[in-house]
Design a binder for this molecule. Structure first.
Ligand code: FAD
Length: 558
């Protein structure tokens, strides 16, 4: 699909889309399907087509789906909207457009989203996951019910229909995709966008997700009636993440793993601002606390997020148990703030072999070869004994794992992995013994154990995600495992402010003529439809929805 272009040439099309991630591909498909010509530009080589979505787990937020109903889950647009607003906690004047986008998105997730994706050939794993469970009461943040639908084929399965359709448009000449074209500026005439200009980068053999070089070999200009920015978020730039880090989450981490490839460099924000766009909610972001160092990295600082079931004991760097609802899988940002306010950046899961086998999933298409490869034989192994292969590989090779048959061996290993933090052996021992003393009854005064019992009422959790309660020191459930967890940067919740058509707004509230934005660079719509927090599975969905909506509005405008 790639093309070489003579440096210095000016190209033209009805619309130019900057960024060939999910949002850009969905939008380009919509614009071309309406009969308009499109040039798609991306700074990365063809190997990285599709951006982050290819690496993603493919989890999609759907409301009142047949999959939920089959699992006995009762959901509705009203319940989802109530969860969304409690989680987003919109409280700013700037939240006008984000809130409108949020409402439109929840209605899409409860309406057209699934039939539309099914019509494009996208299927779903039948067991619906329960991400971001909340745990702070009915009026608090989080999903009241399971809504995380894993795409059959994970991230590549979400991307595939749009890659295929864009390829067909390339074949018919309606779309051109130019890789190694890095946009540096939106070209303006009298404040209206009339195209983009930038740098042609040298060809690169970098494999998917690897960093590619930035050596320039020329420049280019594309003239278009509409410019659509779909350049992704800032999660791959530790400097930008730290610059915008909100004080409410504690001090910005000095070290972070990166949950996204280096191309998620955040330059799109600066390019938009220089063209007159207004950025809002730049302090709203979504990073994880359950990051582990990838023993087989693809990009710099590559970390993998554990998608944990609820049973691991969560300890801070000193060995103190985290209070509920800061239990695994309940409240991402609440837990992040709690951990960073301890003065240390890491924390620990302490668990058993029995828990890891059932409860550890790793986020990312490459970490789930059964679901990604649609391999039923491999998938059946998830239900059998033993942890999935990629999880075992981390246990064997990962630098953050300690495995021991004895508690003292475990504590020695934990201490040697974090020599700078004075882990209190007695505190850890007491936390484990206190919990074990509560775990032998089906009822308990321990809120985490009560939540585990409640989770096992849900068939999906009982089958796939929540180990039967047991004592951590039960030798039959062993060996004991400790996992050192790091902050992992991932998603950007704020961004370029847009109206419901995706038209970029300026400081005085008027539109910047000809300029549009969609996907993560626009906070997935409006400049931040998630508000402060997310319900999960809403990022890919946000790209699908905003890419589709804004693609259609561009097509109507040019
Ligand atoms: C490991 C992982 C797991 C995930 N799992 C999930 C999940 O289960 N569910 C969910 O909802 N979300 C998930 N996400 C998040 C989701 O994948 C992303 O939020 C989404 O794919 C972002 O898409 P985008 O099109 O907005 O941006 P991107 O995918 O970042 O694409 C932007 C593109 O723009 C290009 N670009 C940037 N700047 C320029 C420039 N100046 N000139 C030219 N090109 C430029 C980049 O090279 C890139 O190709 C996951 C992400 C990762 C990394």
């Amino acid at each position: 699909m790639t093309e070489n272009v003579t440096a210095g040439a000016t190209l033209s099309a009805d619309a130019v889309v900057v960024g060939a991630g999910l949002a850009g591909l969905v939008a380009a498909h919509e614009i071309a399907s309406a009969g308009r010509s499109v040039i798609v530009l991306d700074q990365e080589p063809p190997a990285s087509l599709g951006g982050q979505a290819w690496w993603s787990f493919g989890g999609l937020f759907l409301v009142d789906s047949p999959e939920q109903r089959r699992m006995g889950v009762r959901d509705s647009v009203d319940l989802a909207w109530s969860d969304w607003t409690a989680t987003a906690a919109f409280d700013r004047e700037d939240d006008t457009w984000p809130k409108r986008w949020a409402r439109a998105y929840v209605e899409f997730a409860a309406g057209e989203k699934r039939p539309w994706l099914r019509s494009l050939g996208v299927g779903f794993f039948p067991i619906v996951g329960w991400a971001e469970r909340g745990g702070a009461g009915p009026e608090g943040p989080g999903n009241s019910v399971p809504r995380f639908h894993v795409t059959w084929g994970t991230g590549p399965g979400v991307l595939a229909p749009f890659v295929q359709r864009v390829e067909a448009h390339v074949a018919s000449g309606r779309i051109r995709v130019l890789h190694r074209h890095r946009v540096d500026a939106v070209d303006l005439v009298a404040g209206t966008a009339v195209g983009v200009s930038g740098t042609i980068l040298e060809p690169s053999e970098a494999a998917r997700g690897q960093s590619s070089t930035r050596t320039p070999i020329g420049d280019f200009r594309v003239a278009a009636s509409a410019v659509l920015l779909t350049t992704g978020g800032i999660g791959g730039s530790p400097d930008l993440v730290r610059r915008y880090w909100p004080e409410r989450l504690g001090r910005a981490p000095r070290s972070m793993l990166s949950g996204v490839p280096a191309h998620v460099d955040g330059r799109g924000w600066g390019i938009a601002e220089r063209a007159g766009a207004r950025l809002i909610g730049t302090d709203r972001m979504w990073h994880y606390t359950e990051g582990i160092t990838n023993w087989d990295p693809v990009w710099p600082g590559h970390g993998i997020r554990i998608l944990p079931g609820p049973s691991s004991l969560w300890l801070d760097a000193l060995g103190r148990r985290l209070p509920h609802p800061y239990s695994p899988g309940f409240d991402t940002l609440g837990t992040l703030g709690h951990i960073l306010k301890t003065g240390y950046e890491h924390s620990w899961f302490v668990l058993t072999q029995k828990i890891i086998e059932k409860e550890f999933a790793l986020s990312g298409s490459e970490q789930n070869p059964d679901l990604t490869g649609k391999d039923l034989r491999l998938l059946a192994k998830r239900l059998g004994a033993g942890a999935p292969g990629p999880v075992e590989a981390f246990k064997d090779h990962g630098e953050d794992f300690v495995v021991s048959r004895t508690l003292s061996g475990l504590l020695d290993g934990m201490k040697s992995l974090s020599p700078d933090a004075p882990l209190d052996r007695r505190e850890v021992t007491r936390a484990i013994r206190d919990r074990d003393a509560q775990s032998m009854n089906p009822f308990s005064k321990d809120p985490q154990l009560a939540a585990i019992t409640s989770a096992r009422q849900y068939r999906g959790d009982r089958i796939l995600r929540v180990a039967a309660p047991h004592r951590l020191l039960d030798a039959a459930a062993g060996p004991l495992i400790a996992v050192k967890l790091h902050v992992l940067s991932r998603k950007t919740l704020g961004g370029i402010e847009t109206d419901l058509e995706g038209r970029v707004l300026s400081d005085d509230g008027t539109t910047v003529g000809g300029l549009y934005a969609a996907g993560e660079v626009a906070g997935f719509g409006g400049g931040g439809m998630h508000g402060y927090r997310a319900l999960e599975g809403t990022f890919l969905g946000g790209c699908l929805f905003s890419g589709r909506t804004v693609g259609r509005s561009v097509a109507a405008a040019v």
